[in-house]
Design a protein around this ligand. Structure first.
Ligand code: NOJ
Length: 889
């Protein structure tokens, strides 16, 4: 938040930002930072090779703590390092439900065993791990080069569980006070930590969610990155403090390797990053070869075990796939979810919803989903409807459905304490609430006032909650109703840092501290399961969640919470979404226009333009803000917003194909430039422009009054085509491009093929009837290729009945081929390719012929625009499912 701005929070009796801790307020962080380097010994003689890798004991001589280290090299080039106490007095928490499958391990061999070290190898000797006896270090080598050292700086930290102290005087480690809140630690001090040195790397990313640059900062002189899910209204900008969700994945990149470190821990976590040399002492070129840069990363968590997986890449695509194999692939959204969503806290009543819905038709603006916030309920009782304002919710949904549109309603994790409400009683009697440290049902305050919180970590509670979404139980719901999980960090207005006390107790007796960062993940999971079950397993659900953890991508979408209507927040949304995308959370977006405060019309237009080029696209605003439906700001603004949304809809086939790639290969639709240009140093810190898939480069306008934008077009061998003018530019340069209020810079990369829908949309359902236009952007070799994924856009038949198709368009040597791209899909449809535009055609062709197997080759008319080397073919009517060729001679 920009300073000196008076922000009145939406949270009743809010105390502002002072309610949140800084690292200095956190006892376990202080202990680790101020504590001594405890050197450990690796007891090499205890090493045993098992089916899942190697095990050996570590000893901390001063404290006599004995640890068990398990090292598991896994298929697809990942290495898991697990450290627990050898004999804990009771089990320590291990994060369940995040890893998708039992890891498939590779057999290890001992290459060398000396008194100082043991060297192990796997995967035909390409990779090795070397364990040093004293001081204990673990090196990971690729082709004989050390790329990662675990415990390089000797920061391994493991507080063994102890019995409680006998007198109250020594209980300082068992109790922690912050403001008026006292945290009683049932297990005493139990924190863990470790450092890793990433050799040769000087750029690291990831660790969402923070409102900061994409490239992580050196934290030597500033706050560490905090991973602790919190409800932070109008969060500060350029901050490392915790926000709504956490993904403990750090990604390191250098020209020849991309690497990941995944720290699987759901308790409060801090990460410190140190670049050497620091950014300020950049190495003079002459010395560059002598000084090998490195990045040191230190992780510290409050409880649990050390569970750290190194993902070895080596390229960005492999890294994404490795992480997706570990934590899950992005759920394939139903197509409507990629359309535009119109939300507000709140639409007043049914008539209001219908009027807004009609407004979109009236103004020729496409949209798919209208949202209802907390006021739609009967007194903030989720699963109910306000009897006065929403007396006929089923009718409302049916009317929207007639226009092929959907309704989304909010469903928070807190339940109003109301013994006269059957759902509350069921939850209470079924034992579905989180308990306090005394074993009573925990109570905190949220929107309904006095509330209890569902214990989503319990499979029984999840299954009960999922059942609440069944059509017969959830009165007034229909199959076109989808869900929004909010406040699920969880937000507790009167709790420490506005969340649940760490000493609250979950099923299995686990403390909230152990699994805090998983709470929202579990609600998201339960909601998704509820909607899937509701449809008998046939329909893909759509659920948006505010809180998230690694793996939340399996469930649906997330957004960046309570942002503010200012240019700075528009700007920060780009690195925030890129960072989420790198960490697997591919279906993400920010509230368009800013949740809090009223955007000036120019900002609103720029925000729509940017968000139309981002995965999750929803306008939303707080209840005290002015109405901001797109037609309320005069015709110029309406027209600009209409254009941005229409263009989004025309590009939906491309987005959908990218989501198929995220779903099957783990590639995020939104990509930092370096992902596509891994060897181009000048892309490594860019986060104000990005790629959508491999084909489109965008540079949203995030400043007022802009008439010209500087755009980096990477790659000296590349050609970039301006999608508005078709003008071609050579890559490897920064271009100054004039813009108007109606345009933002978007370029298609030479070598790619993109499919768009032709015509006007009112919602995504129109996609089925509209023809396709193909844009072939030739590269320097006159070659281009691209894919198109199609299915029924809403069900699981693509998965269960292989009802999908993947088509490939290939242009080479003057031929454009339309073919199956492999895969055994059986989907068929009547969609036709109506037009083809080829960019980069140097000379006017003499003839263009269309070849459809089984029919005679037909010559077709064409238009050649010499000034921009563009060839246009229209009225083609070629079925996209049929194989055909076009010859340009
Ligand atoms: C907080 C959410 O972030 C916001 O989007 C929502 O409108 C309010 N809660 C009210 O439900």
């Amino acid at each position: 938040m920009e300073e000196n701005q008076d922000v009145v929070s939406v949270v009743p009796e809010d105390e502002g930002k002072d309610k949140f801790k800084k690292s200095e307020h956190v006892a376990f962080y202080r202990r680790q930072i101020q504590g001594p380097n405890l050197q450990h010994r690796a007891l090499l003689d205890t090493m045993a090779l098992t089916e899942t890798g190697a095990r050996l004991e570590l000893l901390q001589p001063e404290t006599q703590t004995r640890l068990l280290l398990s090292l598991s090299p896994c298929k697809r080039d990942t290495v898991r390092i697990l450290i627990d106490e050898l004999q804990p007095i009771k089990a320590r928490y291990r994060v369940p439900d995040v890893l998708t499958e039992e890891l498939q391990c590779e057999p290890l061999r001992v290459d060398q065993h000396t008194k100082d070290s043991v060297t192990l190898s796997w995967s035909s000797g390409r990779h090795q791990a070397r364990v040093w006896h004293f001081p204990f270090r673990l090196e990971i080598l690729c082709e004989n080069k050390v790329i990662v050292t675990f415990n390089a700086k000797g920061k391994l930290w493991f507080e063994a569980l102890q019995d409680p102290p006998s007198s109250e005087e020594d209980d300082s480690l068992w109790k922690e006070t912050f403001r008026q809140f006292v945290d009683i630690k049932a297990n005493g001090p139990s924190s863990i930590g470790a450092d890793l040195c990433l050799h040769g790397f000087r750029n690291v990313y990831g660790l969402p969610e923070h409102s900061d640059d994409l490239r992580l900062r050196d934290t030597r002189d500033s706050e560490p990155y905090r991973l602790y899910n919190l409800d932070v209204f109008a969060y500060d900008l350029h901050s490392r403090l915790g926000l709504y969700g956490s993904v403990p994945l750090l990604v390191a990149h250098k020209p020849d390797r991309t690497l990941g470190v995944f720290w699987l821990n759901a308790s409060e976590t801090f990460v410190n990053v140190q670049y050497s040399p620091t950014d300020r002492q950049k190495t003079p070129p002459a010395n560059r070869r002598k000084v090998r840069p490195r990045t040191d990363v230190r992780w510290m968590s409050e409880s649990g075990v050390i569970d750290c997986t190194v993902l070895l890449g080596p390229n960005p695509q492999q890294l994404f796939s490795q992480f997706a194999q570990l934590t899950g692939f992005q759920a394939l959204p139903p197509l409507f979810a990629l359309g535009y969503h119109q939300s507000r806290w709140n639409y007043d009543d049914e008539a209001d919803v219908e009027a807004v819905d009609a407004g979109f038709n009236h103004h020729g603006i496409p949209y798919d989903v209208i949202w209802l916030d907390i006021e739609h309920t009967d007194g903030k009782r989720y699963f109910t409807w306000d009897p006065v304002c929403f007396p006929e919710p089923t009718r409302l949904q049916r009317r929207l459905e007639q226009k092929k549109r959907k309704l989304v309603v909010i469903n928070d994790p807190h339940i109003k304490v109301d013994p006269d409400w059957s759902l509350y009683c069921e939850a209470r009697d079924g034992g579905h609430f989180v308990k306090d440290r005394e074993g009573q049902i925990y109570r905190g305050t949220c929107w309904p006032g006095d509330s209890s919180y569902l214990d989503f970590s319990s499979p029984e509670t999840r299954s009960w909650y999922s059942g609440c979404f069944s059509l017969d139980k959830y009165k007034g719901s229909t199959s076109s109703l989808h869900v929004w999980n909010d406040m699920n960090e969880p937000s507790v207005f009167n709790g420490p840092e506005q969340t649940m006390p760490k000493d609250a107790v979950h099923s299995g007796g686990w403390e909230h501290r152990d699994l805090h960062n998983l709470y929202g993940f579990y609600q998201h999971k339960a909601t998704v399961e509820g909607l899937i079950t509701r449809s008998g397993g046939s329909e893909r659900p759509f659920v948006l969640s505010r809180s998230f953890f690694a793996g939340s991508q399996k469930f649906g979408a997330i957004w960046t919470g309570d942002n503010v209507a200012s240019w700075e927040y528009l700007k920060i949304s780009l690195p925030m979404l890129l960072s989420l995308s790198l960490a697997g959370i591919a279906f993400c977006g920010a509230d368009v226009g800013g949740f809090f405060q009223d955007p000036e019309p120019e900002l609103l237009v720029r925000w729509y333009q940017a968000a139309a080029l981002q995965p999750f696209f929803r306008g939303h605003s707080a209840k005290m803000m002015k109405r901001r439906e797109p037609w309320l700001f005069g015709e110029e603004v309406t027209a600009a917003i209409r254009t941005a949304i229409q263009q989004r809809y025309c590009l939906l086939l491309y987005w959908y194909t990218l989501f198929h790639q995220a779903h099957t290969a783990g590639l995020p639709p939104l990509r930092p430039l370096w992902v596509e240009f891994p060897r181009e140093h000048n892309t490594f810190t860019v986060d104000h422009q990005y790629m959508i898939g491999g084909a489109l480069l965008v540079c949203p306008v995030t400043e007022p009054g802009v008439q010209e934008v500087e755009v980096l077009l990477p790659g000296s061998g590349e050609i970039w085509y301006n999608v508005h003018s078709a003008a071609a530019y050579r890559g490897g340069r920064t271009l100054s491009l004039p813009v108007t209020l109606n345009t933002v810079p978007v370029f298609q990369r030479g070598g790619s093929v993109i499919c768009r829908s032709e015509g006007h949309f009112s919602c995504t359902a129109d996609l089925q009837r509209l023809p396709i236009s193909i844009t072939v952007a030739l590269n320097n070799q006159g070659v281009a290729a691209g894919e198109l994924y199609l299915d029924d856009f809403h069900s699981f038949r693509y998965r269960d009945a292989k009802s999908f198709c993947l088509r490939r368009f290939d242009m080479r040597s003057g031929w454009l081929f339309c073919r199956a791209a492999g895969g055994e899909g059986t989907f068929d449809c009547d969609t036709v390719v109506q037009s083809v535009t080829v960019l980069g055609v140097k000379t006017k062709p003499s003839a263009v012929t269309v070849h459809v197997p089984g029919t005679e080759a037909l010559s077709t008319g064409f238009q050649f625009i010499e000034t921009c080397c563009m060839l246009l073919l229209s009225s083609l009517k070629l079925r996209v499912m049929t194989d055909w060729e076009i010859r340009i001679s």
